[in-house]
Design a protein around this ligand. Sequence first.
Ligand code: SF4
Ligand code: MG
Length: 286
Amino acid sequence: MAVTSEVTLKSPIFPTWCPGCGDYGIWSAIKKALAESNIPEEQLVIVFGVGCSGNMADFLRCYGFHALHGRGLANAEAIKMANHDLKVLVIAGDGDTYGEGMGHFIAACRGNHDITVVVHNNQVYGLTTGQAAPTTPKTWKTKSTPTGQVEEPVNPVALAVSSGATFVARGYAGNIPLTTELIKKALTHKGFSLVDTFQPCVTFNKQNTHAWYNEHVNKLEEGRNLSDKLEAIKLSMDTEKLHLGILYEDTTQHAYHEAIPNLSKGPLVKQFPSQVSLSKGLQAYL
Ligand code: SF4
Ligand code: MG
């Protein structure tokens, strides 16, 4: 089979996202990153969450799985454990990952599962028309918080770094070249990699607009010490500037499948090939 490219990824369905949505920029960065990563088509699996970003399942041609809300990471870990020769990418939103999927998110960080997660972080639930998400700032009025959000927002970077993730980066839909590079680096990282990506929702988030982001983002300089957890958390808590780039990286840790004796012998699908065939199960549908 062919190596994944923008041609192999081309789906006959054009996105249904609102005009101007940041999802287009992230879609473009994901396609470029995959096309430049030389991954054979049959070695790539993309797990999609539920939400506007998860609808990308229809807009990319690849082997994939459209998970239940909040369960993308659990499915991705299972796929990786069954065959850790595969490259496993998760594409999901902030509500899905840090709300319904919060327990799975922390578990994936703690286990250092060798999967890459690109989160479209727009600070709202977009597909369900603008309710408060776990990332919605305090006091914001939304459809579900008409008198103002009372809960503290989740800080995905600080949470990931403190929970054991070994690659944590921040991208921005309005900076496609940077986001492409971050996704490429995340895909080559061994262990759990997060690219939390700011994504303007032009329809339901009228505060974090493209213009607002362009004023507030700051691209971090190359060559910094990336192994300092406290520095990464400090940068993630800066309220004046939103720092983009790799905030934390640790290349010295074992990935989950390397630390489990049965998995370290080789991919399960190769250890037990006779149990891999789906033919018996498929007979039921013939
Ligand atoms: Fe994008 Fe928001 Fe429209 Fe969803 S609702 S497609 S996130 S602009
Ligand atoms: Mg969202």
